[in-house]
Design a binder for this molecule. Sequence first.
Ligand SMILES: Cc1ncc(COP(=O)(O)O)c(C=O)c1O
Length: 364
Amino acid sequence: MTNKNHLSEAFKQTKHQIVGHGRRDIQTLKEALKDIDGQQESDMYGTGKIIDDFQTKMARFLGKEAAVFFPSGTMAQQIALRIWCDRKGLKKVAYHPLCHLEIHEEDGLKELHHIEPILLADKNRVIQLEDVVGMKEEVSCLLLELPQREIGGQLPDYKTLVSISTYCREKGIKLHLDGARLFEVLPYYQKTAAEICELFDSVYVSFYKGIGGLAGAILAGDESFTNESKVWKRRHGGDLISLYPYIISADYYFEQRLHKMNQYYQESIELASLFNQCHSVSTIPSEPVSNMFHVHFDGSKEKVEAILIDIYQKTGIGLTGNLREVNKKESYYEVSIGDRYADVPKEELKKVFDVLDKSMRAIS
Ligand SMILES: Cc1ncc(COP(=O)(O)O)c(C=O)c1O
């Protein structure tokens, strides 16, 4: 068994796990369906009451004219950027070097749509107005990912968002929001979803991250944009004959969890502060701005994995099943707070950090 398996096995065997909502098992769907009338008609190839109602609900919530349900954010966002590029007749977009399209989609944007990305900003920080103003090349669209997941979920401040939005409108650059975790950042901004989305021409949100549904995404914008996106959805094979398991679960967990985003955010601040009190451990950002952050260890992956496994066995509390190497002397993992954190006994949690602090001292 590799170390990684040791860690993930030890994690699975703990009584309490402090991240996420729970196991991704079939019960997630069964629960969402429990009060649904079985005689209801399925959606059919992107039409029907179930999909129409949810799209209308989300368009309203996001303050946009219209919305379209997609099986994945990957599909929705490539299509959004394609539409903006076609409209301007320029196949260039700008985004962060660590955004999802650049590092997790096997170059779909380049291979399928022949769109060239311009990478903005240093990879360890978020895009600022100066990066946009200083762009040497013309682009059709700028994509902002809020929060910027791969750097611990950092965010630009609201003033920066407004200034980027104003600048893009003046220059005829469309602004697209990768809001995979938009719901999760609303408590930090103290804004409604519609107030944030108002700054953007098109918006994508996800239903299986903080919301915890099965899968699925909404792409929203004005009606001519969303109508065009439906054509591309058909071309991409995204019009599954029935999407209702995804739509019903998206709606169910949206209702269950939207109002808990502030709780997750506050819990994430609390948890980050516990990590930051430990020797050779720090979080990025130092104070989280959403339910997520990264935990960095001044210790090799091998050594820290051994420490984590020991903690799991001593306390019955699991922190992560997946530690990643930064270099030979540092390692990190991503935290995303969901329903589980509230169930972890605080006294037990204190023990975790006592052991972590001592063990990190011992290896430094
Ligand atoms: C920031 C961000 N954008 C886009 C996506 C793509 O979403 P999907 O898995 O629905 O394709 C993800 C998925 O993890 C993401 O984290």
